[in-house]
Design a protein around this ligand. Structure first.
Ligand code: SF4
Length: 233
């Protein structure tokens, strides 16, 4: 059973080029201290998070057919749900495009969703350069799985982007350059500036984001590794 923690009924920015809705699935296998979604990640907060039933979710999708083009499946981490393929099949049956947001921790599920043509676009988070991955994900990531997911996406069977939320005290400019060298050459990579809002570890709420200029400077430097490379500031 899929547990739905909420829905954003319309978004013009989460699915490139499409008018979409975003569905937030409950649960995550990482513990990134700067995560914005503690209510979908920490068991003690998940308990008090309201749920949306699958029935109500699909009722909403039927009502919006023709008005929305895509559905973004976000978390938490959607691929921890073994029922995800069935859930997406039901969305595809209603003729929506599907974008998956993932931390890349489940390459087997990613492969299955691509092979069964259940997803049209994937945004995969690259949390840090290799040597910092464990620290940045609360010790939960398997680098082997992350690298396998990167490899699967780079096969180009589905449209994709890699992306990194960049923040002071976690990433240096050198770290981002190391990420680019690690995952590049690749189709697209986006740097996203950190927003100082509610975070899983509250001490990150006080961190000031990097100035836009610095992100743009890094973006220029790593652009040769990607067909498309932008800073979302
Ligand atoms: S930021 Fe980290 S902890 Fe939060 S949902 Fe994404 S992968 Fe999970």
């Amino acid at each position: 059973m899929i547990e739905i923690g909420g829905i954003q009924k319309t978004t013009l920015i989460d699915y490139p080029g499409q008018v979409a809705a975003t569905v937030f699935l409950i649960g995550c296998n990482f513990r990134c201290p700067f995560c914005y979604s503690a209510e979908l990640v920490l068991p003690e907060k998940i308990k008090s998070q309201p749920r949306l039933s699958e029935e109500d979710f699909f009722k909403f999708l039927k009502e919006r057919q023709g008005l929305l083009e895509g559905i973004v499946i976000c978390g938490g981490e959607p691929t921890i749900n073994k029922d995800l393929p069935e859930f997406i099949k039901k969305i595809k049956d209603l003729e929506y495009l599907v974008k998956l947001d993932t931390n890349g921790s489940n390459p087997q599920m990613l492969r299955k969703l691509i092979d069964e043509k259940l997803i049209d676009y994937v945004a995969m988070d690259i949390k840090a350069p290799k040597e910092k991955y464990g620290m940045v994900t609360g010790g939960k990531a398997s680098l082997k799985d992350i690298e396998e997911s990167v490899k699967i996406l780079k096969e180009g069977k589905v449209d994709y982007e890699f992306r990194t939320t960049v923040l002071p005290t976690v990433h240096t400019k050198e770290d981002i350059i190391n990420i680019a060298k690690w995952i590049g050459p690749a189709k697209s990579y986006f740097l996203q500036n950190f927003r100082a809002e509610k975070t899983l570890d509250q001490k990150f709420e006080k961190i000031k984001p990097y100035p836009e200029e610095l992100l743009k400077e890094i973006q220029k430097e790593i652009s040769p590794y990607f067909e498309v490379c932008k800073a979302r500031v």
